[in-house]
Design a protein around this ligand. Structure first.
Ligand SMILES: C[S@@+](CC[C@H](N)C(=O)[O-])C[C@H]1O[C@@H](n2cnc3c(N)ncnc32)[C@H](O)[C@@H]1O
Ligand code: SF4
Length: 457
């Protein structure tokens, strides 16, 4: 499948520029319930006993606080905290592994926080335990998120020896004024050296994270950052929309709201970023993500096999995801579940109950159907009517009459085309695909109806 470049339509983007879920899961985390139990999780682990497994490890520690950060992290200078955490994490890994003994481990990802807060010896120890208790596939993707500050170049070779073959690095913005405002000053020359060395050492699918919408950013300054990143040519790029929620993240209160770009400026930055990256040869994967056409994420999208999970886009299909560590999320069988979000809560639950799960959801058959439709729309930008009908044993138009009614004005606006064969998102609808997915989201509709009802009474 050839994917056209995404098309920017200012009027449409302004019309539909309201918030909607990112659909890293359907139903979204808003539907997770405390009634979900460890027994539910264990049962789910048995549902597809030989399905490949992807393992996510959350390492929450960071050396220094970036004011914009919305991740689950603990800023500390005390490395002994990490040592204690690691022992508890290893206990969790060992306990969980017994439930997944028949499965090949095809993906391991260390996220955070900052996994490189851990020393090479600590990372090697966790990897040793993983290979001891799981069957790690020979071609497994083993990746880690890296903070380029406080990261000596020599560590890269050590990471390679430990088994890592992919890296993702936070850069955010190269502009010194923006960096100063968000308390994240870093040396551009060092980042250049790191990327060069990563390529030399054979790391693949190298990713760089950027954020648009940070204080003191302008269309011109961010264009300069993108130009600099284009010369580095990472395989993948994530360009996140800055989520400013100071009531939720105390550190964001240090960011002066009058220094933030306006909504109109942010749109201009995004438009220009997309144009620059497409002109620079990157494929727009969807929702903040870009990849070089030869990267496997881009190839999977063209082949129709791209998937989406809590970590974003992935090439791993029909894989369960096991999350370990504080706040980690799992997608096992037809369930989602999440560990306790605070470090002390996570540790005490693990010690007392042997499980840190505090909420989750078992999907109904209807949820699974809608999840597959939404994932396909998010990844492939089209759905085949006959494939859906094969699952519902009745005409699509009857089953999804309400959805088609909601989609009709979007079709009139040119976001999508509905034919008897498929629903196809157009080049200008691709940036608004979340709104199209929203039409298939029963929970969001129920919430909207409830809100409207409470406003009326
Ligand atoms: C866990 S961090 C990356 C690894 C490492 N800690 C670092 O900062 O380099 C994941 C990414 O989330 C993004 N991020 C964090 N807070 C954000 C926010 N409030 N809005 C948008 N993106 C955010 C940043 O781009 C960051 O690189
Ligand atoms: S952006 Fe990365 S380094 Fe900065 S506080 Fe967040 S997790 Fe830590």
């Amino acid at each position: 499948m050839l994917l056209q470049d995404v098309e920017w339509d200012q009027a449409l983007i302004e019309k539909y520029n309201s918030s909607s879920p990112r659909y890293t899961s359907y139903p979204t985390a808003l539907e997770f319930s405390p009634r979900f139990s460890e027994e539910d999780f264990r049962e789910a682990a048995q549902r597809y006993p030989t399905r490949p497994l992807s393992l996510y490890l959350h390492i929450p520690f960071c050396h220094q606080l970036c004011y914009f950060c919305g991740c689950n992290k603990v800023v500390t200078r005390h490395s002994e905290k990490a040592e204690r955490y690691l022992q508890q994490l290893i206990n969790e890994i060992r306990t969980r592994a017994t439930l997944f003994s028949l499965r090949p481990l095809t993906q391991i990802h260390f996220g955070g926080g900052t996994p490189t807060f851990l020393s090479d010896a600590q990372l090697a120890e966790v990897m040793r335990v993983i290979t001891e208790v799981f069957t790690v596939d020979n071609s497994a993707e083993i990746s880690l998120e890296l903070d380029p500050r406080q990261f000596p170049l020599e560590r890269l070779a050590a990471l390679r020896r430990i088994g890592f073959n992919r890296l993702s690095m936070g850069v955010q913005d190269f502009d010194p004024v923006v960096q100063q405002r968000v308390n994240r000053e870093q040396d551009e020359a060092q980042i250049v050296e790191l990327i060069t060395a990563m390529k030399r050492l054979g790391f693949t699918s190298t990713n760089i994270d950027l954020i648009y919408g940070l204080p003191q950013q302008t269309a011109e300054s961010f264009a300069h950052t993108i130009d600099r990143v284009l010369t580095l040519r990472p395989d993948r790029m994530s360009v996140f929309n800055y989520a400013h929620m100071p009531e939720l993240f105390a550190a964001q209160r240090k960011i002066k709201s009058d220094e933030l770009p306006s909504a109109a400026q942010k749109l201009r930055i995004l438009q220009q970023t997309i144009m620059q990256l497409q002109a620079g040869g990157y494929q727009f994967i969807g929702m903040d993500h870009f990849a070089l056409p030869e990267d496997e994420l881009a190839r999977a999208q063209r082949a129709g096999s791209l998937q989406r999970n809590f970590q974003g886009y992935t090439t791993q299909s029909q894989t369960d995801l096991l999350g370990v560590g504080v706040s980690a999320i799992s997608m096992v069988g037809d369930t989602y579940s999440q560990n306790e979000k605070t470090l002390t809560g996570w540790a005490s639950r693990l010690a007392e109950k042997g499980s840190a799960i505090v909420r989750g959801l078992t999907l109904s058959a209807e949820d699974c159907l809608r999840r597959d439709i939404i994932t396909t729309l998010m990844c492939q930008f089209s759905i085949e009517i006959s494939q859906v009908e094969a699952r519902i044993s009745q005409p699509f138009d009857d089953y999804f009459a309400e959805e088609l009614r909601l989609l009709a004005p979007m079709q009139d606006d040119g976001l999508l085309r509905i034919t008897p064969e498929r629903i196809q998102v157009t080049a200008k609808g691709r940036l608004l695909v979340r709104h199209i997915c929203l039409c298939f989201d029963q929970y969001s509709r129920a919430r909207a109806a409830q809100q409207a009802f409470s406003r009326v009474i």
